[in-house]
Ligand binder design. Sequence first.
Ligand code: OXT
Ligand code: ADP
Ligand code: MG
Length: 582
Amino acid sequence: MSDVALKAKPEAAAEGESQNLTDGFNLIIDALKLNGLNTIYGVPGIPITDFARMAQAEGIRVLSFRHEQNAGYAASIAGWLTKKPGICLTVSAPGFLNGLTALAHATTNCFPMILISGSSEREIVDLQQGDYEEMDQLAIAKPLCKAAYRVLHAQDIGIGLARAIRAAVSGRPGGVYLDLPAKLFGQVIDAEAGRKSLVKVIDPAPAQIPGPDAVARALDVFKSAKRPLIILGKGAAYAQADDSIRQLVEKSGAPFLPMSMGKGLLPDTHPQCAGAARSTVLKDADVVLLIGARLNWLLSHGKGKAWGEPHSKKFIHIDIEPREMDSNVEIAAPLVGDVGSCVDALLKGMGGNWAKAPADWMAAVTKKREENVAKMAPRLMNNNVPMDYHGALGVLRQVIKERPDAILVNEGANALDLTRGIIDMYSPRKRLDVGTWGVMGIGMGYAIGAAIETGKPVLAIEGDSAFGFSGMEIETICRYNLPVCVVIFNNDGVYRGTDLNQSGGSDPAITMFVKGARYDKMIEGFGGVGVNVTSPDELRQAVNAAMDSGKPTLINAVIDPAAGSESGRIGNLNPQSKLKKK
Ligand code: OXT
Ligand code: ADP
Ligand code: MG
């Protein structure tokens, strides 16, 4: 921690009072650094510009974005990757609101993040007298995050940040809002009192050990399985209990199904991986062990046709949040605790003589998996022009195979669903995507956050629509010279580029973009490398060059506008009118 001695001269010192003073600016910086929070993602402006300048001067890495939402997504993924809250800094009202979507996204996805926003004069805001950017930000943030706090006095900054950190990372992680009114920054207090007021948070996310009865119950149910299945969610990846999870899976001999951001916890090429036999394992398993994955829409709520109902499946559920149990279906063996402690307790209980899952079950899963892989294989080898998704992804799959440490960011509809299925992941926390809400717009923020936090090369595979939500941040990528290669699957629109305006009028159809757009030209304007490719061979060359050079690159990959389908793999969620068309 830097000394809380004066860095910028607070006002009172000029008036000849004590020289040993500090102020809100310095205390916030010192509190962040004391807790190892050394990176801020944000957008400057009133009232936080000087704060951000001083933070940079004091050695905090401050990344300036073009829009707060993207800074917020960067902070949210930084939290997931590091288990420390990612920090997003915004100005008041509009900047705060721009950051709020990302805060809600962090909360929904259980990523630890703190949105710190400057705010206007409390007295004027509360009397609604029309201050500059007047808004009751605390009240608005509350329903969208785990906790929301406001600090009014400089001596409370240390406690305020400590509360925010604990709320973000303890128990189920999530988003926290910290409201800092403009007046707070300039408040001056005695430097020694200020130093003493800071809090270094000890053990911010304490282990949550499962009860012995719950462990014994879970083992009983698991042992009774004839067709066990282990589902690995993004909570399992977040926990960073990678070795224990691998041991549990291998000891059990059961097939495992990785959720999208759980991919790579064990390699997708592992003999027990059931990613390519998804329908079969969900339908036929008799005991399902969920590790850090919720039975939400992405798992058909644990019921219905996808789960082979009527059935007599039993669920064992590991989650840190007790209220997640029985949220959608009855959980036979709830195991409440942190993933690392729960998995270690199961491993201990399994001992050295645990009988592996019946061989005929694993054989049935392997058969289905091999059939699906074989069906897909020829499609991935094509060198067609115009390119289809499979031809392009066949190339990108090889790029990741050769660089298993690279981070893959992915959003879109077809561009998302086909990438998830086709590109194998080999190592944990390398696949970052739209998450629980299916949000378009995470792309460039995630790419920047991942490059900054991990120092690894990033490949972002983006639908052309998805990219548009955060596209301006390619300037940010160029400005910080980050090793990010963006591949835009350009099929002229949302889902497809072939829609017609059903009125017959001259406006384009609602899902259509400018035909033949050249996104590669955008990055050239900022000094990055832009490439236009029309075949898988050209794509291979361009991506390899980008990943090898580490230069900010944007590849416009021209995809057949007719290749996609409505909403990718989730077209069934679109409501349709049963009435006849007019
Ligand atoms: O077992 P079976 O036989 O069933 O086979 C399965 C697997 O076993 C098999 N498989 C494999 N086979 C062979 N080899 C391998 N390696 C392999 N791996 C798997 O393949 C099948 C399918 O497997 P999968 O995918 O795992 O299974 P399934 O059944 O699909 O899984 C179900 C789900 C629900 C878990 C899965 O589909 C999933 O995770 N889906 C996530 C979907 C999602 O979140 N989508 C994003 C939102 S869509 C929409 O909302 C969009 N918007 C609106 C919008 C949004 N979202 N946000 C905001 C802020 N504003 C607006 C917009 C604007 S998308 C969108 C833009 C789209 O246009 P773009 O231009 O960006 O993109 P393009 O579509 O490319 O044009
Ligand atoms: P996915 O979308 O991959 O299925 P979800 O976001 O639905 O994953 O579920 C993640 C779950 O993981 C959440 O219910 C969350 O409470 C839980 N979780 C997060 N961190 C931990 C942890 N360290 N230990 C146990 N559970 C955790
Ligand atoms: Mg598209």
